[in-house]
Design a binder for this molecule. Structure first.
Ligand SMILES: Cc1ncc(COP(=O)(O)O)c(C=O)c1O
Length: 355
């Protein structure tokens, strides 16, 4: 019963079946010159309602770093949020793949930022002075690292700012399916129609084994991406196995069905936990992720009961992160809630003494 991350979930049966089919096919050509990879681009074009360039890679870090390398010179700067994955969790890969660009993290609220904050940061960036890194791109995450969601309108407002300032707009969509499912907006409305140039399209967290893709809404922008991906070691010789995952993921709306399910399980968990004594939900819960402070006794009881989730500090009411996945079951959520309810009362327990 793992609510720590959607990465802890397994692989959707439909994706495994697609891998088995790809395996059964005799002698497909390597390095993406196979039928499934060719079909994949057509599928993405249909989903995004326009011509796109598609570059499958195996990790979200590779997708983000490679995408940003297309639009940021080594001396450039990338605006992002302080909580972003590219800033905190990619071991400097965006800096490395851009050849040294600087990330400029903005404080943000509930994991989000907006045109006013970006404008203020732009004004403070010393544009034009040779001493400062000129802003080249904005990179945001949808859904955010706080579990909140940018609507199509919010994305479009940021896109308009990017256009005014001639900045490229990259979206980290590690959980893009959850954002589409949460907003009800179309994939196009959440991206290129709102001014997004490049999307890291995530799939691993939502039922794939290991498959993500860089999507370029202006294929010219991606002219060098084939070479960059090869240099980064992400041009798979057996590319068809990445493509087969993404192909099955997109077929018949499987990706959105799974994301809707994950989001619905989170709504259930949120509704149950939010009503409990001394549980404080920290950000709006809009997709499949929730941050909340729980009484320490409740946190310990849940862990002892076999429920996994991230405990992010050691206070009297620890900050905890819960994530649901395509495979989360209502009975698991209800089991967690029942245990939480039975440990919700009683006096506040002090944090453990540090030695
Ligand atoms: C917001 C976000 N972006 C990108 C990633 C991709 O990470 P990885 O390189 O582990 O696939 C993750 C994974 O945790 C994530 O949460």
């Amino acid at each position: 019963m793992n609510f720590a991350s959607d990465n802890t979930a397994g692989v959707a049966p439909e994706i495994l079946a697609a891998l088995a089919r790809a395996n059964a096919a005799q002698a497909a050509m390597p390095y993406g010159n196979d039928d499934v990879t060719r079909r994949l681009t057509a599928r993405f074009c249909e989903i995004f309602e326009r011509e796109v360039a598609v570059f499958p890679v195996a990790t979200g870090t590779a997708a983000n770093a490679l995408a940003l390398s297309l639009v940021t010179p080594p001396y450039g700067a990338i605006f992002t949020t302080a909580s972003s994955h590219i800033h905190n969790d990619e071991c400097g890969a965006p800096e490395f793949f851009t050849g040294g660009a600087k990330l400029l993290p903005l404080p943000g609220r509930d994991g989000k930022t907006g045109p006013a904050e970006l404008q203020a940061a732009y004004d403070a960036a010393g544009v034009g002075a040779v001493h400062h890194t000129p802003p080249a791109a904005v990179s945001l995450t949808n859904i955010t690292e706080a579990g909140t969601v940018y609507s199509a309108e919010e994305t479009a407002a940021i896109g308009a700012f990017c256009r005014r300032r001639k900045l490229a707009f990259h979206l980290d969509g590690a959980r893009f399916a959850n954002a589409v499912a949460a907003t009800g907006a179309t994939p196009a409305e959440l991206t290129w129609k709102a001014g997004v140039d490049l999307l890291s399209f995530g799939a691993t967290k939502n039922g794939c084994m290991a498959a993500e893709a860089v999507i370029a809404f202006n294929p010219e922008l991606a002219a060098s991406l084939g070479y960059r991906r090869k240099r980064a070691g992400h041009l798979f010789s057996k590319m068809r196995f990445l493509s087969a995952q993404l192909d099955a993921y997109l077929e018949d709306g499987l990706w959105l069905k799974m994301a809707r399910h994950a989001n619905a399980q989170m709504r259930r968990l949120h509704k149950g936990l939010a009503g409990l004594n001394r549980v404080e939900v920290l950000h709006p819960v809009e997709a499949n992720m929730m941050f909340a402070r729980l009484p320490r006794a409740m946190t310990e009881a849940l862990i002892a009961g076999g429920y996994f989730f991230y405990v992010m500090d050691e206070t009297a009411r620890p900050r905890c992160r819960f994530v649901t996945a395509f495979s989360s079951r209502a009975a698991q959520v209800d089991g967690l809630l029942a245990l939480a309810r039975s440990h919700g009362a009683g006096p506040e327990k002090p944090p453990p003494k540090r030695r």
